[in-house]
Write a protein that binds this ligand. Sequence first.
Ligand code: ADP
Length: 198
Amino acid sequence: MLIMGPPGCGKGTQAERLSRRLGITGVSTGEVFRDHVKNQTPLGREVTGHLDAGDLVPDTLTNRVVRERLNQSDVKAGFLLDGYPRNTAQLAELDVILAASGQELDVALQLRVDDDELVRRLLHRATMTGRSDDTEDVIRHRLELYQQETAPVASAYLQRGILLSVDGLGSEDDIFGRLLAALRESFPEAMPDATTPG
Ligand code: ADP
């Protein structure tokens, strides 16, 4: 499965909780890139400018990273992708990657949050974590890119009948509860016992 939503919608937090609760591997492309930047790897040096500007990393690099990651053994039993695909070319590439390994996407989760709230949250996050792409201009640019590039990905999954869209306003626990409820409704057999902590 995958989780998508605009910058600041809280998908990273929810992705971590979901992968823990469901016992599946989480794969966040943003995290992978930030780790490479921190560790100053060759890939990190290539992507750092794109991250700081709030631009998408070029598809060739991103697709390679995802293809390699999804070929590792810990995702065979399932995975939760966070931050990919972010445009329709990446969507097509994900189809190819999954078909090659005999896998299939069951569900695309979407968190919905309006722009004013997103800007407010991201500016607040900037004061807490100092992420280099959390400045007002860059935030607005990332939101625009989301509308232009990534919203069509959600539309495509909606058309395929696998989009589960959830209101992203509220407390972390509220939103986690909504995501679990939506999943339980669509995949009752795949969901762990509601009393499992996580
Ligand atoms: P957010 O959704 O808040 O922008 P992410 O951690 O998902 O945060 O992504 C941070 C940055 O990493 C993006 O702005 C972009 O530069 C890069 N990135 C992450 N995923 C992708 C992707 N699938 N394609 C291109 N660039 C990506």
